[in-house]
Ligand binder design. Structure first.
Ligand code: GLN
Length: 218
């Protein structure tokens, strides 16, 4: 697979930014809106946006069940922010009828860092992403509250940030450990599923997408 074909779910959210980052990262990126388009892709990005809206649109576009099945069958997927929520098996703060595609054995908390005004930009040291901290935009971002045993934690914030926005630190990372003082989990991987609380696609740094392209090629 010289140049994998990676789809970006294009129902809502920041689709163009992911398409651009994927192209920089060495993939051929296509937008996906129809179930039949799933057959053409080697991997899929679930963009940021509003997870409740994307969930509803997935069902309206009859993509929910096929996509759930494709993920269960091993389709590599990268979910950013709302996309992380869509990949999570369990969601705290979900609306009453909100469903997720699932696949990632995590519990995520929606809007965990606060409201829209608490959105912030920072940088995150991420396992599997060499070359220093990744610039990361947190926009009404979720965090991973609990991760199952098969889930690899790739990045954490420096502080737990229970009240107000946390400050993801350049030295945050898997070495932070799981102790009481360890920060919030903001990037995870389980098999071929990758998820980040933040948006790396709007900061002009394609290294997280390069990691996903590498996962797709594995
Ligand atoms: N930037 C984002 O993707 C925000 C996610 C949004 N708060 C949600 O719950 O879906």
């Amino acid at each position: 697979m010289v140049k994998p074909v990676i789809g970006v779910l294009a129902l809502q959210g920041d689709v163009r930014e992911h398409v651009a980052a994927l192209e920089v990262a060495g993939a051929r990126a296509i937008t996906v809106r129809r179930p039949t388009e799933l057959a053409a892709i080697d991997g899929l990005v679930l963009p940021g946006g509003e997870s409740t809206t994307i969930d509803k649109l997935l069902r309206i576009f009859e993509l929910f069940d096929p996509l759930r099945a494709a993920i269960a069958a091993g389709l590599p997927v990268y979910g950013s922010c709302a996309g992380m929520i869509l990949l999570a098996d369990r969601v705290l703060g979900a609306t009453h009828d909100q469903q997720t595609l699932g696949g990632l054995d995590v519990t995520v908390r929606r809007n965990a860092f606060g409201r829209q005004v608490d959105s912030f930009e920072s940088s995150v040291e991420m396992a599997g992403v060499p070359g220093g901290p990744v610039p990361a935009a947190f926009i009404r971002a979720p965090w991973v509250e609990e991760a199952g045993p098969g889930v690899q934690v790739l990045a954490r914030t420096r502080h737990r940030g229970a009240s107000g926005p946390a400050v993801p630190a350049p030295d945050a990372g898997p070495a932070a450990g799981a102790g009481e003082d360890a920060g919030r989990i903001v990037a995870v991987r389980q098999g071929t599923l990758l998820a980040t609380s933040f948006h790396p696609e709007i900061t002009g740094d394609a290294r997280v997408h390069e990691l996903f392209v590498a996962i797709v090629k594995e």
